[in-house]
Unconditional design. Sequence first.
Length: 221
Amino acid sequence: MSTAAANWCYATVAPRARSSTIVASLGTPAPSNSSSFRPKLIRNAAVERLKTGFEKFKKPDFFEPLKAGQAPKYMVFACADSRVCPSVTLGLEPGEAFTIRNIANMVPSYCKQVEVIVVIGHSRCGGIKALLSLKDGADDSFHFVEDWVRIGFPAKKKVQTECASMPFDDQCTVLEKEAVNVSLQNLLTYPFVKEGVSNGTLKLVGGHYDFVSGKFETWEQ
């Protein structure tokens, strides 16, 4: 990796036009074309945290082989929840996996030459809670989120039928895993996935990460 590519860059911002009232109270700023004007660097705790993380992360020697291309063995579907980053949870390095993250780790019905596709659900998922809370025929209270998690309706129906006596939170836990199974089934509607599974060159794996107990489960489709 080149030095330029490895260095952290700060963005710069030009001054915004101010109303006359604000100018009167703050003083007149230097014109944007003035030689004395210098854009302010954006420096705050949040940005500094990103810089520190990047400085710890960059490994020029490690990234050198990635310049030639990539050949990941995995395709991982995971939730957008910030607590369950699959690269961190599974220790995946750059170049090892295609990672697709969305609300409630859903795969819609119908990639590259991967060997394993993994769909990972997780504990206390807000998307799954929203799915289980949906009322049939009700107005869209979650807007686009509701439309998206409806992909998991078959799993919801199964859980409501088989686990009707369980408390809501326990039903959510079961649904977190059943929704993964629905996504695995949906993957089979993609011709290249179905063909790969049929001839044994592609494997579908379901996963569930419980970040409360620290437990990670996997199962094959």
